[in-house]
Design a protein around this ligand. Structure first.
Ligand SMILES: [Zn+2]
Length: 148
């Protein structure tokens, strides 16, 4: 059965989430993501391409990207978060080595935070199983950060 949070996100919900992120000194932008995904982050900014997105998915993504920002700030998984665009081969190797671990960590933290602040809304994991891992390697790592 469809739940209230499966409905398309409303402007007022977006505003609410924007306010929520503000307390972490993070801004929220809406625009298309250049690498084709639905959400991204850079230092202090969460970016979501919200077209047609449900409340539940939107909030989960905002939480997920928020945690990337917090990791960046705190130097967690720093070879993944210190530089969004590793260029040298050495950087790319380091980046790829911890990439999926970092994503799982971010997912875990985002889920905890959802439970604390929005207990009525379940967190939608970005990366759950081996299928997601496969997707991540194929459509992200190998595409944007290939080893060759
Ligand atoms: Zn992520």
């Amino acid at each position: 059965m469809k739940k209230w949070y499966d409905k398309k996100i409303r402007e007022s919900d977006k505003k609410h989430i924007r306010e929520f992120l503000k307390q972490f000194n993070i801004r929220l932008h809406h625009k298309k993501i250049s690498c084709g995904g639905e959400a991204d982050y850079c230092n202090g900014i969460v970016i979501i391409n919200s077209r047609g997105m449900s409340m539940h998915k939107y909030l989960s993504m905002a939480m997920h990207e928020l945690w990337h920002c917090l990791c960046y700030r705190q130097g967690l998984y720093s070879n993944y978060h210190y530089d969004k665009y590793p260029k040298t081969k050495k950087q790319i190797i380091k980046f790829r080595r911890i990439a999926f671990k970092a994503e799982k960590f971010v997912d875990k933290k985002a889920e905890q935070m959802m439970r604390d602040y929005f207990p009525d809304i379940p967190y939608e994991h970005g990366y759950k199983d081996s299928k997601d891992k496969e997707w991540y390697y194929k459509h992200y790592l190998d595409k944007y950060y290939p080893l060759t």
